[in-house]
Design a protein around this ligand. Structure first.
Ligand SMILES: [Zn+2]
Length: 207
């Protein structure tokens, strides 16, 4: 049984959101990652790449370790009211909760890139297999790393409200074929946009 107070809190910290009317604030630069994922799996909800021991992310005095990244179609976050083709989430775990870095993805018709290896081969449901050596999470960050920062939740059950969200304000580009391949597996695995209530969304300036 969930108390009214808890439900109230749940509504006030839900993700995802439309990231608009943000407040410009000085925020620390976002570092990229140096380690590659170890395994890849189609887990029935998404395609996920896991790290046995991932890089760390520091937010204030809290330290988080990168555990996995996975994909949504279409994007879960909107930026200034606009939804994107896809979104990748880098899930970091700390002692008190999670920190998730989100990057929205747009369609392009150009050279193949790292995400090709995550998205183009529809995989059978099942156990994790070794990740392709070509996959590096660095390839899934835009060149300009300005970002939005807000307090939210997981977007999949149990939707726990203990997540520090960092969503990059610039999209990365993905091949149309790769989006189509992922969409064939998962036509819709994005949570609807939630009420923002009284939360502030901070946006960082150029670094
Ligand atoms: Zn996600």
């Amino acid at each position: 049984m969930v108390s009214t107070q808890r439900m109230q809190r749940a509504r006030q910290a839900a993700s995802s959101l439309d990231l608009s009317a943000t407040i410009r604030a000085r925020q620390p630069p976002l570092r990229s990652w140096s380690k590659r994922p170890d395994t890849i799996v189609n887990n029935g909800h998404t395609i996920q790449l896991d790290f046995a021991e991932g890089d760390t992310l520091d937010l204030g005095d809290r330290r988080y370790a990168l555990k996995q990244f996975h994909f949504h179609h279409p994007s879960e976050h909107l930026i200034e009211g606009k939804r994107f083709a896809m979104e990748v989430h880098f899930v970091h775990a700390g002692t008190d909760g999670l920190a998730v870095v989100g990057v929205v993805m747009v369609c392009r018709q150009a050279e193949r890139d790292v995400q090709k290896d995550c998205l183009d081969k529809p995989r059978e449901l099942g156990s994790p297999v070794s990740a392709d050596l070509a996959i590096h999470p660095r390839g899934l960050l835009p060149a300009q790393r300005t970002y939005y920062h807000y307090a939210g939740s997981l977007t999949t059950p149990p939707c726990s409200e203990t997540v520090d969200w960092i969503v990059l304000s610039q999209p990365i580009e993905v091949d149309e074929d790769d989006i189509a391949s992922f969409a064939k597996l998962y036509p819709m695995n994005a949570r609807p946009v939630q009420n923002r209530d009284r939360r502030f969304i901070l946006s960082s300036g150029p670094h």
